[in-house]
Ligand binder design. Sequence first.
Ligand SMILES: C[S@@+](CC[C@H](N)C(=O)[O-])C[C@H]1O[C@@H](n2cnc3c(N)ncnc32)[C@H](O)[C@@H]1O
Length: 187
Amino acid sequence: MTQEPGKPAGDFDYDQPGLRYAAMRQADPRIAEQIRVALGEARTVLNVGAGSGNYEPADRTVVALEPSASQRAQRPAGAAPCVIGTAEALPFDDKSFDAVMASLTIHQWPDLERGIAEQKRVARRRIVILTFDPARIASFWFYGYLPPQANAERKRMPEFSRLAALLGPDTLFETVPVPLDCTDGFN
Ligand SMILES: C[S@@+](CC[C@H](N)C(=O)[O-])C[C@H]1O[C@@H](n2cnc3c(N)ncnc32)[C@H](O)[C@@H]1O
C-alpha cells in the first residue's frame, strides 16, 4: 500500500497543526537498553515508523523510514537518515538489513499483514517490535483513570496470537516493564 497524498499513513494524523509529538516522547533508557539487547548482533537496522527517532540504537548503523513530514522534521540533528515511505511498501531490497525494528507503530498500520510481510522480506535475521498487549491494557493502573481510553486503545492493538501467526514459530514475547519514573510519555 502507498500513502494517499494529504492523508496520514496510519490511524492518527501526526501532521495536524500544533501537535508537538517529540516533546511528549522521550525514549526511556531502560526500555532503550531492552530493545538494544533484543536487536542482538545486528549491525544494520531499519526502523519502520521511526517518528522522531526514539529507541534507535546509537551503536548500530540505522536507516529510518517515516511517512509523516512533521515527524521527520522533529528528528534531531545527527539522527539516522530517514526515508519517506510506509511499512506496507518498504523501498528496500530483500534481506537488506540485519534487523528491522518497529516501536509503537504497528497498531497504526492499515495493513498489518502486508507490513509484517515486508519486515520479514527485508530483515536478514531479526524483527524487534515494541507494542502493547491488548489483553493486558485494562489491567495497567494508568487506565483505571481513563476507562474509555483503555477500551479505545485495546481495540487498536493487534492480538498477540495474530502477531505470532504472522511473524512465525520463532516469535518470542518479552515483557517490557514501564518504570515508575519512565521518561517516555507514550499514551
Ligand atoms: C506512536 S508513533 C511512534 C514513533 C516512534 N517509532 C517512537 O517510538 O517514538 C507512530 C509512528 O508510526 C508512523 N506510521 C503510521 N502509519 C504507518 C505506516 N503505515 N507505515 C509506517 N509508519 C507509519 C506514524 O507516522 C508515526 O510516526
